[in-house]
Write a new protein. Sequence first.
Length: 231
Amino acid sequence: MTPRLSAIGFHATDPPNLARFWAGLLHGELSGDGTVVVLPDGGGLALRFTESQEPKTRQNQAHFDLTSATPEAQRDTVARALELGGRHIDIGQTPEEGHIVLADPDGNEFCVIEAGNSFLADTGVIGAVACDGTQAVGYFWSEALGWPLVWDQDEETAVQSPEGGTKLTWGGPPVNEKTDVNRLYFELTLPPDGNAEAETARLVGLGARRGPDGVLLDPDGNEFTLRKAAE
């Protein structure tokens, strides 16, 4: 059975602190150990924070695009992010662009998108996980998750669950060089009766590779994990 995208994982220097930031920003619910955020409109998608003392050395391969229903809502989201410990950053955006670029307390980039963005109209508060990646990796994730392509043009791709919600997007070439482990990664979960080895073999057949310590790599070399749901 095809696994579901159950969480976006963050390697964090202070997992509970970063989880509190994202729970406060997205009005999510914290787990008992303070390292998982369940999103109010995520359709089962969560954010999982794991400890890593490796310093952040480059712009992330993936970031969140947060949606805004109105201009006031965009301003409120930005203000709340700053109050919780976020900050404005410059990644080359121009004043004419309507989105606001911020970083969380660990330096992870994210955008607060202006109201009226038609591409994100049918999504949740996390409108998209916007990734640096090739067309081939977009095709891989469409097959891996069983999600249809909702954009495939000029080597840019996007997929979305048939139930709606957050889109996964890839910007096409040129792709920034990946020099170390990504800060953000996808976590896939099989149902309790799923066969992890058979599913791993299927993913490898689609173009994934086996990495160290049970981690898998997509065709662009981005880490992701596969786990089984509890009985």
